[in-house]
Write a protein that binds this ligand. Structure first.
Ligand code: 3UK
Length: 500
């Protein structure tokens, strides 16, 4: 019989006697101690108990990053229900899909979200945290709660994968997964300790943000700053100068935007390390950031299915333009389409294996069979090349294309395009021209640059200086913005589907 193990207790209990009065969460003007956090988590768990929600029942949480989001998430887990953490900014249609797919019977949200609009046959309790009667009930709930007697490999919560195509997929994770990612990545790679204060621009509903703002700080007894809105480059600077965090977590687009808009770096002085994930961090972004701030950005690749980062650069040993080295005990293989290993340095499909990977997709046996392979291997959907233990991202398998029999990686071309001063953001896809595949770029220009034939010629000449002709975009579409997932990833497939 396996030991009882509830991840909410694993993250909170060790700190209560030793440092219960230390601040765990900074939010606006509030400072929430570990002892208070524990009590609020218990109160939210007791709300479910009072509603007689059966253990294992799904609880949809559509909240901005705020203390109540943490209370609802950990409270549900401690009580034994399965929180499903999603963005507070989704459309009513997406909530309808998620409510039906997860069959959640409880929703925690706010009155200005689209979630309260949705009716679903399974929904029993709609809890708006900004509602007076809800606040009164939460305040009256008992601050003590016996944890649900889970085992480490029982399901604890679900996330929805932002997915590049089709409907979002529910990704269940077990009780052991959050502590595992905290031990192997945050302790080993980032060396987060109790003196640290974390701030993540990526949100809690994104597995990246969930680790950065819950698993890592709580596991280490550290602190976390929560910010409810979408953090712009300016917000990030303001938050960092106000709370003085030691670690900052962002996505490459945000670092790029900060580089283009930041004119002083004094406000970033408190940082000891920056981390990046979600997309490949271009070498040029790393270099410019290092020159401007003196700080390294530690790029690593993670996924919703793996829960967090499994290949990462290491502080002091960054290889710009790569994802770095395996984070042990994760294992990786690079294989060709038939599953045979490729020679060192050659691109292939990246498979990974490790204790935190999701066992299946919720309700999706077809996708489970494609992704969760025999012996615990997980297909990431990414093309990587490995040399001397260092892993270099080549592109999503779905985004790569062949021109004149040569594979083209969109990110190689994008990296060169972005070095041109007129280019704020860009995405490279392909289209067919007279039956042949040709590269096509989508470019968002920076302020003060005029779009047109002259810039088109200039950009092509710039690319041709650095890359072979077959990689050079034949068509350049200037657009006001690029389509992105709510986790900030460029959706190249949407661009490809436009006017194919
Ligand atoms: C891509 C990267 C190159 C890659 C995530 C850190 O992004 C996360 O999860 P998602 O499920 O997407 C996974 C996919 O995103 N990717 C992520 N990081 C990198 N590509 N370099 C990178 N550094 O295609 C991967 O398969 O949204 C990131 C932690 C937890 C996460 N869930």
């Amino acid at each position: 019989m396996k030991k009882i193990y509830n991840v909410a207790c694993e993250l909170l209990d060790p700190h209560i006697t030793s440092r219960g009065d230390q601040t765990a969460v900074y939010y606006q003007d509030q400072r929430i101690s570990y002892a208070r956090l524990q009590e609020e988590v218990n109160r939210f768990g007791n709300l479910l108990k009072d509603l007689a929600v059966p253990p294992g029942e799904r609880v949809l949480i559509a909240l901005p990053d705020c203390p109540e989001c943490v209370y609802a998430f950990l409270g549900s887990i401690k009580y034994g229900a399965w929180p499903v953490l999603v963005s507070p900014l989704l459309s009513a249609d997406t909530y309808a899909f998620m409510l039906n797919d997860s069959q959640a019977s409880v929703v925690f949200t706010t009155s200005d979200s689209q979630a309260p609009q949705v009716r679903s046959g399974h929904l029993r309790h709609l809890l708006c945290i900004d509602d007076q009667s809800f606040m009164a009930r939460a305040a009256a709930a008992s601050p003590e709660l016996d944890p649900y007697p889970a085992r480490e490999d029982d399901i604890a919560f679900l996330l929805y994968s932002s997915g590049s195509t089709g409907n979002p997929k529910g990704v269940p994770h077990r009780h052991r997964d959050m502590p595992f990612t905290a031990e192997v990545y945050s302790r080993q790679v980032l060396q987060i300790g109790e003196e640290d204060l974390c701030f993540s621009a990526s949100k809690l509903f994104f597995a990246y943000g969930l680790g950065n703002s819950i698993s890592f700080p709580l596991r280490a007894g550290a602190g976390v700053v929560l910010f409810p809105g979408k953090a712009t480059a300016l917000d990030v600077c303001k938050i960092i100068s106000r709370y003085r965090p030691s670690l900052f977590f962002g996505v490459p687009t945000l670092y790029n935007l900060m580089l283009k808009t930041l004119n002083e770096t004094d406000s970033l002085k408190s940082l000891r390390l920056c981390a990046s994930a979600g997309e490949a961090l271009p070498a040029a972004t790393y270099q410019s950031w290092k020159e401007l701030t003196g700080l390294e950005i530690i790029d690593g690749i993670g996924s919703t299915e793996a829960l967090h980062i499994f290949i990462s650069n290491r502080p002091g040993q960054v290889r710009p333009g790569t994802s770095g080295y395996l984070v042990p005990p994760y294992e990786a293989r690079i294989v060709e389409s038939e599953g045979m290993p490729v020679p060192s340095g050659a691109p292939g499909h990246l498979l990974i294996r490790g204790k935190s990977t999701a066992p299946f997709y919720w309700n999706r046996p077809d996708k489970t069979a494609e992704t969760m392979l025999a012996d615990g291997w997980l297909r990431t959907g990414d093309i990587y090349a490995e040399e001397g233990g260092c892993y270099a991202f080549q592109g999503r398998a779905d985004d790569m294309f062949k021109v004149d029999a040569h594979w083209v990686s969109p990110i190689t071309v994008e990296e060169v395009l972005r070095q041109h001063p007129a280019v704020l953001e860009c995405a490279v896809t392909w289209r067919k021209l007279e039956g042949l595949v040709v590269p096509r770029a989508h470019v968002v220009t920076g302020p003060g640059f005029s779009e047109g034939m002259e810039l088109y010629r200039d950009l092509r000449a710039h690319v041709l200086q650095k890359l072979p002709e077959y990689m050079c975009p034949v068509e350049i579409v200037f657009c006001p913005e690029l389509p992105k997932t709510d986790t900030g990833k460029i959706q190249r497939f949407r661009l490809r589907n436009r006017e194919k």
